[in-house]
Every structure is written in structure tokens, then in C-alpha cells.
Design a protein around this ligand. Structure first.
Ligand SMILES: [Zn+2]
Ligand SMILES: [Zn+2]
Ligand SMILES: [Zn+2]
Ligand SMILES: [Zn+2]
Length: 383
């Protein structure tokens, strides 16, 4: 055993995980820290707006990544930088590590030890405490008992959503310090058992799962794209000069506008749900009909297979072949329909949440039906 008290660091990390975390990895470190009463998580921008002026220093002058301030009235303020562009995957992993590292300073009692009210990330003042906080972060984000030592650092990095250099530390730690000697480690292993099984047996890392509706490049890099995430059905709509108030797939108005300013919070709080949804329901192939520049169906009529489509209606079966807002609000009163045409995958009008004419006419399937069919297709495979 070196000069670091690994046992103590592990105990504190495991206690934190057992108390607060749902058995799921990658751990959502942002939401887990948010649950702790005397810690306030804020961005550098928020620090500069609210406290920077009072205290007289801008956040970025303390540290490029994160720092913790022990405020006499407000408790621990953990400030992190979420504004460095572009939002590469590594950047997000770095924020995750910084948050866990800062949490380590707080839970390991470094504030009592050092006596001051501010701890900066990477401060050369006390390299010992910095290393302790790093070990805490490594054990929290990728606990040794959940790591298969025969897997490579890249796979571990992807699985736990940490950088490859952090994965290297975790692997080193795993190989050199057996986890059998700690009772708490066994509890942790049981706590995360189902994840452990998945990791060995093995479902692909969530970031590698591909999906029609989900551009995988979005999950790796964030290059100024703005999109809407539907908290109800987990669908993503890229904003293309449209005013989105409602989800075009399920009609819910529970939308989150994601831009570079809140991409990290989205990544930590919501992005995983989209992938978990996919894992549970299989690849979702929501029908998207091909339209021409006027919004008219460009393929054959899905209802009667008529290929000669002109005007506004199919001349064989009478289906409306331009997707529009119907004005029909499910479970509510009809209101005048919006003007203009909708896109080929729209089940609902993004402006008012009414059904689309394609959904009403049965040219597009309800998304819950697609989900159900997917599940039925998937079930025999499990037997
Ligand atoms: Zn530090
Ligand atoms: Zn939705
Ligand atoms: Zn037809
Ligand atoms: Zn409408």
C-alpha cells in the first residue's frame, strides 16, 4: 500500500454510490451530485453572474475546468465550465471527471484539512489532495468491482463514459489492488449486478448503438446543432427553420431545446434515456414518407399503391397526399388547422400539437404501434 489511503477513499466512494446511485452505468454524476443538499452545482456563467461580482473573481480565473467554494451561508458551491466549444466527447468526459473530482475534495474532508474556503482544480498547492480526489473520481465513475480487467481501456472508457486516460488509471488500479479485500466492494458488486452481467455478456456500449432517428454523430460531437429532445417519447428533432412547440412523433409539449449551452446537462440528465429506450425497444424505424418540394407524396400511395399522384388527393382511394396540420387535438376540442405543409415523418404538428393529416389518414403509423410491433418482433429472439 502506498502513501494514499485507498481503503478510506474506496469506502467513501462506495458509500456515496450505494446511497445515491441507481444501478446503472455510466453513472449520471450530475444528477447524483444535485441530490446532495449542501452542494450547489453551478456553471461558470452562473458563478460570474451571481457570485463573481460579489467575490470579485471570474470563474475562469480560478481553473479552466472546475473549482469548489465553501460559502459560509450557501454551503459548497461546485462550479464547472460547460462553455468550452466545440463539444467533443472528450470534453464531456472531462467535465464528468472534474465533477467527481470536486465531489472527492468535499467528501474526503479536504476543506477541513487545508483550512481555506476555495479548492481549485489542479492546484499545485497540495498534490496529495489532488491525487486523492483523482482516485475518488476514478472509483466513483468506474468502480473496480465492475471492471473486467480483460477488457481494453477503450471499451472501458466507452462503457463508463470516461476518457481513455481515466480508464487506464482505473485498469491499473483494478490490477494492482484486489477488490476482494473490501466488504463494501461486494455490496457494490451486488448493487450493480445487472450492469455487471451486461458488461460481461454483453450488450454494446450505449454510445455505439445506432438508430435511424438518432444521428450517432450527435452523441460524439456537438458542433453547434440545435435540436429538440422530447422528454415523453425520447425522440429528437433537429431544428430546421421550424418553430417547435410540440413533438412531431408523439404530440407532447414536454420538449427540451438543446444547444451548446445546455448540452452537458442534457447529456447527463436525458441522453441516456434515449439509449435505454432503444435498448429496450430495439431499433426504432419510424416510417418517413418521401415528399417533393411542395410537400406532396413522392412515393406510391401507402394505402392503395397508386403511383400516379397529382393534386391534393389520391385519385384512387381519396387519401390526402399532402401532410398538413389537421386541427384535431386528441382528447380536446378541434381548433383551426395551421397553414403550410408538414414533413414526411410528422405525426403531429410542431406548432400546435394537432394530429397530422397523414396520421389521421393512416398513411403514417402511430409511434406507439411501431414500438409495439418492434417488441413483438424482438420477443421470440429472447426465448
Ligand atoms: Zn482538485
Ligand atoms: Zn415525443
Ligand atoms: Zn391511394
Ligand atoms: Zn397545427
Amino acid at each position: 500500500m502506498g502513501k494514499y489511503d485507498y481503503t478510506k477513499i474506496n469506502l467513501i466512494a462506495h458509500r456515496f454510490l450505494l446511497n445515491s446511485c441507481s444501478p446503472q452505468y455510466p453513472i449520471n454524476i450530475y444528477s447524483e451530485i444535485s441530490k446532495i443538499k449542501n452542494i450547489q452545482l453551478i456553471t461558470y456563467e452562473e458563478w460570474d453572474n451571481f457570485l463573481g461580482r460579489k467575490i470579485g473573481r471570474l470563474a475562469s480565473s480560478y481553473s479552466p475546468d472546475a473549482f469548489t467554494y465553501n460559502h459560509p451561508q450557501l454551503g459548497f458551491i461546485l462550479a464547472y465550465n460547460n462553455k468550452t466549444s466545440p463539444y467533443h466527447r472528450q470534453r464531456i468526459q472531462r467535465i464528468r471527471f472534474s465533477l467527481a473530482h470536486e465531489l472527492g475534495h468535499i467528501l474526503l474532508g479536504h476543506f477541513d484539512k487545508q483550512g481555506g474556503s476555495l479548492i481549485k482544480n489542479g492546484s499545485p498547492k497540495d498534490p496529495f489532495m489532488e491525487k486523492e480526489a483523482d482516485l475518488f473520481a476514478a472509483e466513483t465513475l468506474a468502480p473496480r468491482s465492475l471492471i473486467n480487467p480483460y477488457r481494453g481501456q477503450n471499451e472501458i472508457a466507452k462503457y463508463f463514459d470516461i476518457s481513455t486516460s481515466a480508464a487506464r488509471i482505473s485498469l491499473y488500479y483494478k490490477r494492482n489492488y484486489s477488490s476482494n479485500s473490501f466488504n463494501e466492494d461486494k455490496n457494490l458488486f451486488n448493487h450493480f449486478k445487472y450492469i455487471e452481467r451486461n458488461f460481461f455478456l454483453h450488450t454494446p456500449p450505449r454510445n455505439l448503438i445506432r438508430n435511424n432517428d438518432f444521428d450517432p454523430s450527435l452523441t460524439y460531437e456537438f458542433l453547434g446543432v440545435i435540436f429538440h429532445f422530447c422528454k415523453s417519447c425520447h425522440h429528437i428533432d433537429i431544428v430546421e427553420n421550424r418553430n417547435y412547440k410540440f413533438c412531431t412523433l408523439c404530440g407532447s409539449n414536454n420538449l427540451l431545446l438543446v444547444s451548446k449551452d445546455n448540452y452537458f446537462e442534457f447529456h447527463e440528465a436525458e441522453e441516456q434515456t434515449a439509449f435505454i429506450d432503444q435498448e429496450e425497444n430495439g431499433d426504432m424505424h419510424y416510417t418517413k414518407l418521401k415528399l417533393d418540394a411542395d410537400g406532396r407524396l413522392e412515393e406510391k400511395c401507402p394505402r392503395c399503391e397508386n403511383e400516379d399522384l397529382r393534386g391534393s388527393y389520391c385519385n384512387i382511394c381519396g387519401a390526402g397526399i399532402i401532410n398538413k396540420c389537421s386541427g384535431n387535438h386528441i382528447g380536446s376540442l378541434w381548433r383551426p388547422a395551421c397553414i403550410g405543409h408538414l414533413l414526411g415523418a410528422d405525426r403531429f404538428c410542431p406548432q400546435c400539437g394537432a394530429t397530422s393529416t397523414f396520421l389521421e389518414e393512416g398513411l403514417l403509423e402511430e409511434y406507439t404501434k411501431t414500438k409495439k410491433n418492434n417488441l413483438e418482433k424482438k420477443t421470440p429472439k429472447l426465448a
